[in-house]
Design a protein around this ligand. Structure first.
Ligand code: ADP
Ligand code: MG
Length: 395
């Protein structure tokens, strides 16, 4: 016990309790909604123009927002809806909203329960039929008599899992309502989803559609600069560091979340190192840390057999720089037997290798062996090797 306290004391002695780096770390949190959203004026104006009628109690069109991750869809929607709800309440209108991220709230029941709870209902997280929750929600809306805006974020997860039945019901809920109304805002990061949406759903969900383009490096710079001024103490982060984060994020696809993550993690690393300022070197370290975190996440969520195939492939490839499907297979069979696992077929292992390739964990290249057929040459990048050795040591 006293040993642990000494460590805490030592950290406090070294860093002090107040951060020398961050003035307000919250500002870099992904859920923080800033006062202004540079480079999204047009999108804010368009969404506000669609939704403004709701401040007078009229049902606005349903809206479908789509675009790649980190293009500001969630933050713009929250910003506009919150402002309009505030306006409505200042003139005594009944306007409310529900925000549900259907990737995080991950069953249709919980989604329905979460929507219902935003009109003040207390719904148990299990135990009722979903149709019963729906009915309670309808009744609550009717006795409230207002307009409810339901924001379904990352809606592709909702539709993918359970077909569109609950979504379809929500889209037609106004047929069950007399004194109240519901408008739906759907948001997705998945462009493929939009193209392949059931035409019935698309026509009612997408009464209005808005596409959010990626940011370029200059735009990311302005966004980061504005956040950095609030998040860090003066003089801690200079423009070169901000430009560097913006350039790295623009190189991917103009993802503002990525840019903010880089800056936040760079700040945390600077803090851990008791540095006075955040440097480009800290951003480089942040890039590695974030990348390793991503690799880590994708590895720990693999099923056991996949983990074993990956582990074997990495061990073989790290010895001589590359390996082949055949080598992986024979070594895998041996290792599976040692662990009392029934080995999968060559075909299944080959499929697993293709999946690992698609996930970016290995690099597989098909090579012809002349009349002996085809094989895959498998290589593994150093960062993956490092993470696999740590994460799969016990597999
Ligand atoms: P999406 O929903 O499109 O994936 P988000 O709205 O979550 O993207 O934005 C990702 C992060 O970037 C959030 O932290 C958000 O606050 C920030 N962000 C995005 N666009 C802007 C902008 N124009 N100005 C300031 N911050 C922004
Ligand atoms: Mg989002």
């Amino acid at each position: 016990m006293s040993g642990e306290l000494d460590i805490i004391d030592e950290i406090i002695r070294k860093r002090g309790l107040a951060s020398r780096i961050f003035a307000n770390r919250e500002v870099l949190h992904p859920d923080y909604v800033p006062d202004t959203l540079p480079h999204r004026e047009e999108e804010i104006r368009k969404l506000a123009n669609i939704l403004i009628v709701s401040a007078q109690g009229e049902r606005p069109s349903n809206v479908l927002l789509y675009g790649l991750t980190g293009t500001g869809k969630t933050v713009v929607t929250k910003y506009v809806v919150k402002r309009i709800v505030e306006k409505a309440s200042s003139i005594g209108r009944n306007l409310g909203y529900a925000y549900v991220n259907t990737r995080k709230i991950d069953t249709p029941y919980k989604v329905m329960a979460s929507i219902a709870s935003s009109v003040g209902l207390r719904v148990p997280y299990t135990g009722l039929a979903i149709s019963e929750v729906y009915r309670k929600y309808v009744n609550a809306l009717e006795s409230w008599g207002g307009l409810h805006i339901v924001i379904l974020d990352e809606i592709d997860h909702f539709v993918k899992r359970k077909g569109d039945d609950i979504l379809y019901k929500l889209l037609r809920i106004n047929e069950d309502l007399v004194k109240s109304k519901v408008a739906i805002i759907g948001i997705t990061n998945n462009l493929y989803f939009v193209e392949h949406l059931d035409p019935r759903v698309r026509s009612s969900l997408g009464e209005e559609e808005m596409y959010f383009p990626p940011y370029n490096a200059e735009q990311l710079y302005t966004i980061l600069k504005q956040r950095a001024e609030k998040a860090f103490h003066p003089g801690v982060v200079d423009d070169a560091v901000i430009s560097y984060c913006a350039a790295l994020a623009a190189r991917e696809h103009g993802d503002a979340r990525r840019a903010l993550d880089l800056l936040r993690v760079a700040g945390e690393i600077a803090e851990r190192e008791s540095a006075q300022v955040v440097s480009v070197e800290h951003v480089k370290k942040a890039l590695v840390e974030i990348e390793e975190g991503r690799i880590h996440q994708s590895i720990i969520s693999l099923p056991l057999q996949q983990k074993l195939v990956l582990k074997v492939a990495v061990e073989l490839a790290s010895k001589k720089g590359y390996t082949t499907t055949g080598e992986v297979y024979s070594s895998y069979v041996e290792e599976a037997r040692k662990r009392g696992l029934e080995p999968l077929s060559m075909r299944s292992v080959s499929q697993i290798l293709s999946q690992l390739d698609m996930m970016g964990l290995i690099l597989a290249e098909v090579k012809s062996l002349g009349k002996h057929g085809l094989t895959k040459i498998i290589r593994v990048k150093d960062d993956v090797i490092n993470v696999v050795k740590k994460v799969l040591a016990d597999v």
